[in-house]
Design a protein around this ligand. Sequence first.
Ligand code: FAD
Ligand code: NAD
Length: 487
Amino acid sequence: MTAPDGAPWDLLVVGGGTAGLLAARTAARFGARVLLVDDAQPGGDCLWTGCVPSKSLLAAAEVAATARDGARFGVRVDGVAVDGPAVLRHVLAARAAIAPHDSAEALRADGVQVRRGRARFLAPGLVAVDGPDGVREERYHHAVVATGADPAVPPVPGLRDVTPLTTATLWSLTDLPSSVAVVGGGAIGCELGQALARLGVAVTLVEQGDRLLAKEDPDASALVRAALERDGVDVRVGAAVERVDADPDRAGAGTLLLGDGASVAVDRVLVAVGRRPATAGLGLDAVGVAVDEHGHVVVDERLRTTAPRVWAAGDVTGHPQFTHTAGAHGSTVAANAVLGLRRRVDSSGEPRVTFTDPEVAAVGVGTDVAAGRGLRVVTRRHDSVDRAVTQGRTEGWTRLVVDRRGRVVGAGVVGPRAGETLGELSLAVAEGVTLRRLAGVTHAYPTWNDGIWTAASDDRFASLGRGVVARVLRLLVRLRRRAASRG
Ligand SMILES: Cc1cc2nc3c(=O)[nH]c(=O)nc-3n(C[C@H](O)[C@H](O)[C@H](O)COP(=O)(O)OP(=O)(O)OC[C@H]3O[C@@H](n4cnc5c(N)ncnc54)[C@H](O)[C@@H]3O)c2cc1C
Ligand SMILES: NC(=O)c1ccc[n+]([C@@H]2O[C@H](COP(=O)([O-])OP(=O)(O)OC[C@H]3O[C@@H](n4cnc5c(N)ncnc54)[C@H](O)[C@@H]3O)[C@@H](O)[C@H]2O)c1
C-alpha cells in the first residue's frame, strides 16, 4: 500500500494504541496522508487490556462492596452472590461497546489508512509491514513509534511454571479463580487486587517495597492499604517472592515462597510489577533510534527521537504511562511532524488517578514533597467535608500545595470520586489559579469538590485574623461602628 499517488506517506504511525490513534487522526485532520500499522486490532492497551477492562471490573466490584456495606446505612442486602462468568461478560461487553470508535473502519472514515501487521524499520524512510498478506514495504516522510509497553515478568525461579496471569491475559478468563496472589502493589496491583477481593476472590498482595502505591503521598498509601485490608486483601509489603513451586495437579496453581519465610498457596498468580517498552523486532537500529537503559525510546521535549523524521509517543517513551499522556503525545507529535510546529510536552506533574476505593488523585507538585521548597500544603480532612459525612466516607483528605504567591501548584485528593474532583484542580494548576480565586468561586453544596472550596476558604479565612489584614479589618469595623452610632 502506498499513498494514493505512489508517494511516501506524510506520516506512518507504528502502533494503534491511544498515542498512535491520536497521532494518526490529528495528522489526517490536518490533511496529511496517513498510514497506521498495528499488529492487532487498533485500540491498544487502554481499550483491550488496560483502562477499559480494569475499570469495568472495578465497577462490578463496587456494586458488590456497596451491597455488602448496606447495613451501615440501615439497608441490609442478604446473600450477595457474585457470578464470575457474568462479571467477566460485563467486562467484555464494555470493551465491545467502546471498540467501534477505534476500529479500522472508524479510522478510515477519519481519513487514516490502516494496515494490520508488525512493522519493522528497514532504512530511513522505509518500513516493512509483515501482515496477513505477506511482507509489504511502505515509504514515509515522517514516522511515529507508538508501540506501547508490555507487562514485565520478574525472573523469579518457578514463576513461569505457573503461567502467571498478566493484564494481557487476565481478560481471557471465563471465570474468576478462587484465590490469587497479586505480585506488585502499584496501580495495577492495588486496583485489581481490591476488585478481585470484592468479587469474592481470596487475594494476597505481595509488594517488595515498604508501601503500596509508592509513587503517591505516603498518607494515601496508608489509606489504600487499610481499605484493601478491609476488603479482605492479605497485604504483604516488604516481601519479595523468592520462588514459586507449581502445583503438579492443577495448572496455574502453586505456592509462593516469600523472603520472610512465609508461603502462600494460590490458584493463580497475577503479575503486576511494571511495564516494559515494546521495541523488540522494530529495527530501530536500522534508522538510528536510540533507546535508554530501560529500553525506552529516547525523545526530546518535542518527541523527536535520535533519528531524523522519526518521532515517538506514549508508553514506549520514558514518560508516565497514562492514556491521557499518550493522547497528548499523539496530537503533539502530529502537529510537530506534519505541520513543523515546535510543541513541547511536559509530563512532570501530570494528573493521575488510581481507581481504588478510595480513589487517589494527584496533579502538579506532590503533596509529600512540597516541604522545604518554599511551598506550603493546605489540608482539608474529609471528616469536615459535609458530602463525605453524608456518604459515610470521611477517611480521606484534600490537599493543596500553594506557592509564595498563593498559586496552587499541586494537589492531591483521596476519597470517593477523587478523580472527578481532580478536573478542577488540574485546571487550577495549569492556569496558576490562586487559593484566593478558588475560595472566591461558589461551589455547589454538598459536592466532593466542596472539599477544595472549604480548604481554600478556610485558609483565606485564617489569614483574615493575622498581620496587616487583621489590623485593617479591625480599623474598618471600628470606623463603621462609629459612623453607625453617629446615626
Ligand atoms: C490494567 C491497566 C489499567 C490501566 N488503567 C489506566 C487508567 O485508568 N488510566 C490511564 O490513564 N492509564 C491506564 N493504564 C495505562 C494505559 O493503558 C497506557 O498508558 C496507554 O494505553 C498507552 O498507550 P500507547 O498508545 O502508548 O500504547 P498501547 O496502547 O500499548 O499501543 C501500542 C500498540 O502498538 C502495537 N504494536 C506494538 N508493536 C508493534 C509493531 N512492531 N508493529 C505494529 N504494531 C505494534 C500494539 O499491538 C498496540 O496496539 C492502564 C494500563 C493497564 C495495563
Ligand atoms: N489508574 C491508572 O492510571 C493506572 C492503572 C493501572 C496502571 N497504570 C499504569 O500502568 C503502569 C504499570 O502499572 P504497574 O502497577 O504494573 O506498575 P508500577 O510501577 O506502578 O508498580 C509496580 C510495583 O511492583 C513492585 N515490584 C516490582 N517487582 C516486584 C517483585 N518482584 N515482587 C514484588 N513486587 C514487585 C514495585 O515495587 C512497584 O511497587 C503504571 O505505572 C501506570 O502508569 C495506570
